[in-house]
Design a protein around this ligand. Structure first.
Ligand code: ATP
Ligand code: MG
Length: 173
C-alpha cells in the first residue's frame, strides 16, 4: 500500500503576475536559481497556462543554456536534463489512472538527488480522497497558474518545506 500524504510542513504563499511568456520564463528562472537537489515542484493549471514555459525558466535557472531543448514530455512522460543537478521534467497529462502513475516509478525519481518538476500535478490527487495525493510528497513547492487573458497569467506559489526557506527573489533578473 503506497504511503499517504500527511501535511507536516507549513505553507508559505506568494502571488505574482506575468504579463507575457518572457516574464514567465524569468519567474521560472528565479525559482530555478534557488532550488537544490531533492526539490519537487508541482505545477497546476489548464492547457496552455504556461507550465512548460515556466519549466524552461526553471531549467535555465538550474544552469541549462537557452539552446537546450525543453518541451512538454507529453508522449515520453519523463524528460531528463542535466543542469547543475539532474532535472526530471514530468508531464502527467496523458495519465489515465493511478496505476499508470505507479508504473512510472515516480517515487524513485522524486526521492533521487535531482530536481523534479511535474506538469499536471492535479493527476496526483487521489480520486477517492481528493484532498490527498497518492504519493507521499511532503516537501514541495506547488505553483498554480491561472490564465487571466491571452497574455496575463497569475502565479500562486505555495511553499511547503520543513526548514523554512526564503522565497526566490523574483525581482533580481
Ligand atoms: N504570460 C504568459 N506566460 C506563459 N505563456 C504565455 C503567456 N502569455 C501567453 N502565453 C502563451 O501560452 C502558451 C503556454 O504554453 P505552455 O506550453 O507553456 O503551456 P502548458 O501549461 O505547458 O500547456 P500544456 O498543458 O499543453 O502542457 C504559449 O503559447 C505562450 O506563448
Ligand atoms: Mg506543458
Amino acid at each position: 500500500m503506497p504511503a499517504r500524504n500527511t501535511e507536516t510542513a507549513t505553507s508559505i504563499n506568494m502571488k505574482k503576475i506575468s504579463n507575457n511568456p518572457e516574464e514567465t520564463l524569468q519567474l521560472g528562472k528565479s525559482l530555478g536559481c534557488s532550488l537544490i537537489a531533492g526539490d519537487i515542484i508541482l505545477l497546476y493549471g489548464d492547457l496552455g497556462a504556461g507550465k512548460t514555459r515556466f519549466t524552461q525558466g526553471i531549467c535555465y535557472g538550474l544552469g541549462l543554456t537557452k539552446d537546450s531543448y525543453i518541451r512538454s514530455p507529453t508522449f515520453t512522460l519523463i524528460n531528463e536534463y542535466t543542469g547543475r543537478v539532474p532535472i526530471y521534467h514530468i508531464d502527467l497529462y496523458r495519465i489515465e489512472n493511478q496505476e499508470e502513475i505507479y508504473s512510472l516509478g515516480l517515487e524513485e525519481i522524486m526521492f533521487n538527488q535531482g530536481v523534479t518538476i511535474i506538469e499536471w500535478a492535479e493527476k496526483l490527487q487521489d480520486s477517492k480522497n481528493p484532498d490527498q495525493r497518492i504519493m507521499n510528497i511532503q516537501e514541495r513547492m506547488e505553483v498554480y497558474i491561472n490564465s487571466i487573458d491571452d497574455s496575463q497569467r497569475e502565479f500562486t506559489f505555495h511553499s511547503f518545506f520543513a526548514e523554512p526557506r526564503p522565497f526566490p527573489d523574483f525581482t533580481l533578473l
